[in-house]
Design a protein. Structure first.
Length: 136
């Protein structure tokens, strides 16, 4: 059984982050045993700043927010703000949010983690550790 990932985030903060990542996030791995990445981009700077704050609670060295000045290249587009974590930080957040994710995103996270030989992705065990009941 996978042990609970140590975190300074509250369960509500993890669920909030998972909800945003479910809708707007991206979980990536570059090739076989490549670098892991979690990122989220939106035009809402305040939301991305909140996500970045949550990333920094557990990973103080999380990269700064990227300001993609799309409006300079494409006048009809809005600027976008991107928060991200890479490598071990990405692995940490993937494992934290996994119990909250739907089928498609959960499968993508498992694929990413499997590429890095993370043992025993027993979702029932993770949910039990977090005191969450699995849907039948």
């Amino acid at each position: 059984m996978m042990e609970a990932e140590p975190t300074s985030l509250t369960e509500i903060e993890i669920a909030y982050l998972a909800g945003l990542l479910e809708g707007e996030g991206c979980f990536q791995h570059e090739g076989n045993r490549g670098k892991l990445r979690v990122n989220i981009g939106m035009v809402d700077r305040d939301i991305i700043e909140r996500v970045h704050t949550l990333f920094k609670k557990d990973c103080p060295s999380a990269p700064p927010i990227i300001h993609d000045r799309r409006s300079e290249r494409y006048p009809r587009h809005s600027d976008q703000y991107i928060a991200r974590v890479n490598g071990d930080q990405a692995r940490h957040f993937m494992k934290l949010v996994l119990p909250y994710m739907g089928e498609r995103r959960g499968a993508k996270i498992r694929e990413c983690l499997d590429c890095h030989n993370v043992p025993d992705l027993n979702l029932s065990g993770i949910l039990e550790t977090l005191h969450i009941k699995e849907a039948a």
